[in-house]
Unconditional design. Structure first.
Length: 342
């Protein structure tokens, strides 16, 4: 087996650094050896590079992975995802060491609202209940009453006194989906978005659906095309029983139960890897094959190797912020469907 030094010699410096290590069998064995040596468990989000998903101990959505982190026997959590996910794991596992292979792996959706902006919004609606999507920073979670995921957002909002106003943030497309399903008039929605999901538009989904009339549609509610998918079903242009608005975790379950031989998938393209593993007999195709998150892809084989070798980069959350954020996350877990994530 190649030594750690030999593997690191394969590095080719690039704009993200350490991104040239090839994901060989030797690399995978070394990653697992280092993880065992560090008493670490490796968690990978569904949007990660296939090589990262394949070497991880657990693959899933951010909340499911954070729950695994909280229950893991290992002392160290290596979170292959974006920064808010590693923060959530730290919030739920304050006594564990949480590492992220590249601390620059941010999230455009989490960055679309700051704690200061949320504080000002709350001041406008002092009696409102704040519901924050889990795709937010620790500071925003600390100012939140209840967090939610895309799979339980409807249940979370429905659990709130119908007379209370709701501030829903930060994703406008998920918020619109929840408002449509619940019929709640007193719900205010922040105008944030994931730049990748917002870029999957209704026109291309409509074109793909009409050119693949026998396919099923899996659409993430963060997508700008979710409304178009429901419109296609409502107008009878596409069978309603083949249109599914789903979280990433929900997509895995739906893949195993799919009745069509082809599924069109509207979410970040990294999701295709787990879908194809879950249902290898189905042809999964991206609605938009350019829907790739550059931040998710910062977690390269070399970055993971460096993280395990050097113990970089550790994620810290201020204890007071973590304690307040933990309450909002735990309330989310207690409501509705706790197993699904973003």
């Amino acid at each position: 087996m190649a030594t750690i030094g030999a593997l690191m010699e394969q590095v080719v410096d690039g704009p993200l650094g350490f991104d040239g290590v090839e994901a060989t069998p030797d690399w995978a064995r070394e990653v697992r050896r280092l993880a065992e040596q560090r008493n670490a468990t490796i968690l990978a989000h569904n949007y990660q590079l296939p090589d990262i998903q394949d070497v991880a101990h657990h693959v899933g959505d951010s909340l499911a992975l954070s729950r695994i982190a909280a229950e893991a026997a290992e002392d160290t959590i290596v979170f292959c995802g974006v920064h808010f996910m590693a923060e959530t794991a730290k919030i739920l596992s304050p006594d564990k060491t949480v590492l992220i292979p590249d601390q620059r792996a941010g999230c455009s959706l989490a960055d679309s609202i700051t704690a200061e902006e949320l504080g000002a919004w709350k001041a406008e609606f002092p009696n409102a209940v704040v519901v924050s999507y889990v795709n937010t920073t620790a500071e925003v979670k600390a100012l939140t009453d209840i967090c939610c995921t895309s799979s339980n957002a409807v249940d979370v909002v429905a659990s709130i006194d119908p007379e209370r106003e709701v501030l829903f943030l930060p994703d406008q497309f998920l918020g619109a989906h929840v408002k449509r399903v619940t019929g709640r008039a007193n719900m205010h929605i922040w105008a944030g978005e994931c730049h990748v999901h917002a870029g999957i538009n209704g026109d291309e989904l409509t074109e793909q659906a009409r050119s693949h009339p026998d396919a099923e549609l899996f659409v993430h509610p963060e997508c700008g095309c979710a409304t178009s998918a429901l419109y296609l079903a409502g107008e009878g242009a596409f069978p309603a029983d083949r249109v599914h608005i789903l979280s990433t975790g929900g997509m895995i379950d739906a893949a195993k139960a799919a009745k069509s031989s082809q599924v069109l998938v509207a979410t970040e393209v990294g999701m295709l890897h787990q879908l194809r593993k879950a249902a290898p007999g189905i042809d999964f195709q991206a609605v938009n094959d350019r829907a790739s998150c550059k931040y998710m892809k910062m977690i390269t084989p070399a970055a993971l190797l460096r993280c395990l070798t050097d113990g970089a980069d550790e994620v810290h959350v201020d204890p007071e912020t973590a304690a307040r954020g933990r309450r909002s996350v735990q309330r989310m877990i207690e409501i509705g469907n706790p197993g699904g994530g973003e």
